[in-house]
Design a binder for this molecule. Structure first.
Ligand code: PEP
Length: 248
């Protein structure tokens, strides 16, 4: 049985005062959950997350990482730097990174490997656009994104990672995939991993992301291949995020 994971993606939101309230509320409630709770915060707030959450049941992480170990890469943040702030997770390949910052499948795979090599748990995000879904190529797109990573890291590396299926058309739009739509893609992802290694496929957590709210989390998380959620907007409101964690 896979433990459920609910990870918040704060994106570029927050300030010190609001973060303090949010992190403290999550920390104080998390002891009651059987699921794992995590928050992926903007880089400048990692020290704050570490200070508030250290020793609690809540893990923390970042939303991006450089593919390079160090060097003249202005504005970038390495995996080793994230480790210094005791990050457990880092998102790689979020659709906003892919679409707004031109991150290719190859670059995402390099970031995935850099995160793993530093001892972080990468959360690899995959998902199709609305046009790709309407063209009936969801499976091909998601498989291509996943295979780019497997080709570089090997399938066994997925045993130290988390996968997240996030249909682009559902992110921040209020349009959630139906539990069955999400389950179908999760099952396809697990089957693809199983083709390389059955045990890794059975163990890897596959999160769903895309307008998950307190009101729809339970039915999504009840599906056999949905192992929790990656939560954007609703992770910024303690009550909403905690209700989703409770649903897991
Ligand atoms: C996300 O940013 O990964 C996400 C799923 O956002 P939202 O929950 O707001 O759709």
């Amino acid at each position: 049985m896979r433990t459920k994971l609910v990870a918040g993606n704060w994106k570029m939101h927050g300030n010190l005062a609001a973060n303090e309230r949010l992190l403290t509320s999550i920390r104080d409630a998390a002891g009651a959950f059987s699921s794992i709770c995590a928050v992926c915060v903007p880089f400048p707030y990692l020290a704050q997350a570490q200070a508030v959450l250290a020793g609690s049941k809540v893990a923390w992480g970042a939303q991006n990482v450089s593919e390079h170990a160090q060097g003249a890469y202005t504005g970038e943040v390495s995996a080793a730097m994230l480790v210094e702030f005791s990050c457990r997770y880092v998102l790689v390949g979020h659709s906003e990174r892919r679409s707004l910052y031109g991150e290719s499948d190859t670059l995402v795979a390099d970031k995935f490997v850099a995160a793993l090599q530093a001892g972080l748990t990468p959360v690899l995000c995959v998902g199709e656009t609305l046009a790709e879904r309407e063209a009936d190529i969801t499976g091909a797109v998601v498989t291509r994104q996943l295979e780019a990573v497997i080709a570089k890291s090997g399938v066994a590396a997925l045993g130290r990672a988390v996968l997240a299926y996030e249909p682009v058309w559902a992110i921040g739009t209020g349009k959630t995939a139906t539990p069955q739509q999400a389950q179908d893609v999760h099952a396809l992802i697990r089957t693809r991993v199983a083709a390389g290694d059955v045990a890794i496929a059975q163990g890897v957590q596959i999160l769903y992301g895309g307008s998950v709210k307190a009101g729809n989390a339970q039915e999504l998380f009840a599906m056999p291949d949905i192992d929790g959620g990656l939560i954007g907007g609703a992770s910024l409101v303690a009550e909403d995020f905690l209700a989703i964690c409770a649903a897991a």
